[in-house]
Design a protein around this ligand. Structure first.
Ligand code: ADP
Length: 251
């Protein structure tokens, strides 16, 4: 029995080691690409023959984009490590979900620059027990993905409803959709269906990993349904034990 336990521990350790190695390789790769671009442009700018203002402006613009990409990546990495540190903390503030969604709806409209029709559907005024900042960041991540993966004139619906006694927040989009084979892996760190597209739209490949982490800390489940070319729906199911208004309205 002890032998069996030992071999299971070794397998677990090996898995953790592989994960760590993959993670470091991924982070290095993500940082190396923008650094290479910036290094290349700096060399170009140092060369006197490229001193004309047009070339300089163009190179500086591209370097700024790459710098933003790295900043975004570092911020996401810090968020992930902070979440891991506070994994076992109790999350019991009162979160006014309808109020939060009204603000996120306004932000979504300005973020999409009115290229999409954004709809807000609040069927309940239920509040939640949880962490305000973490939930806002998770919801905001799902909304910004819907905007980024939906071509112009698409429709994005945000809703907050009660189903089977649970609180459900959903973001539905009429965007590019996801092939079902990718769905189970979407919340893995750095997993992207289309690396190029994700980068172009400023993605780091860490967004859904952060969302998943926050939701796990809130005992909530993420459900993803999607049809290629038609759109996707990301729904977050919060257990009844986390709903506030419902509990209070019971006699
Ligand atoms: P990224 O920064 O690349 O968007 P995420 O972790 O947020 O990283 O998402 C992982 C991948 O899931 C994305 O690269 C994209 O392929 C896919 N994805 C996420 N949200 C959507 C969506 N609403 N529609 C289509 N694909 C999506």
């Amino acid at each position: 029995k002890q032998k069996l336990l030992l071999s299971r521990d070794v397998t677990r350790l090996e898995r953790i080691q592989t994960m760590r190695r993959d993670f470091v390789a991924n982070v290095s790769h993500e940082l190396r690409t923008p650094l290479t671009v910036i290094g290349g442009f700096l060399e170009t700018l140092t060369d006197e023959s490229h001193a004309d203002p047009e070339t300089q402006k163009w190179a500086l613009g591209l370097m700024t984009d790459q710098t933003r990409r790295m900043q975004h990546l570092v911020e996401d990495l810090l968020t992930l490590s902070r979440l891991e540190d506070t994994e076992n903390q109790v999350r019991e503030d009162t979160v006014d979900v309808p109020g939060m969604l009204r603000k996120l709806y306004d932000e979504a409209q300005s973020l999409s620059a009115r290229r999409h029709l954004v709809i807000l559907s609040l069927e309940t005024d239920a509040k939640l027990l949880g962490n305000n900042d973490e939930l806002r960041s998770a919801f905001s991540n799902l909304i910004s993905n819907a905007i980024r993966y939906t071509p112009d004139s698409g429709v994005i619906t945000l809703s907050w409803i009660i189903r089977d006694g649970q609180g459900v927040f959903s973001v539905q989009d009429s965007g590019i959709g996801i092939d079902p084979e990718h769905i189970p892996r979407l919340t893995e760190r750095f997993y992207r269906v289309d690396r190029g597209r994700s980068r172009e739209t400023g993605g780091t490949g860490l967004g859904l990993a952060i969302v998943k982490h926050v939701l796990t800390c809130h005992e909530a489940k993420l459900e993803i349904t999607s049809e290629l070319g038609k759109g996707s729906c990301f729904s977050v199911w919060f257990p009844e034990t986390r709903l506030l208004t419902q509990k209070m309205s019971k006699p």
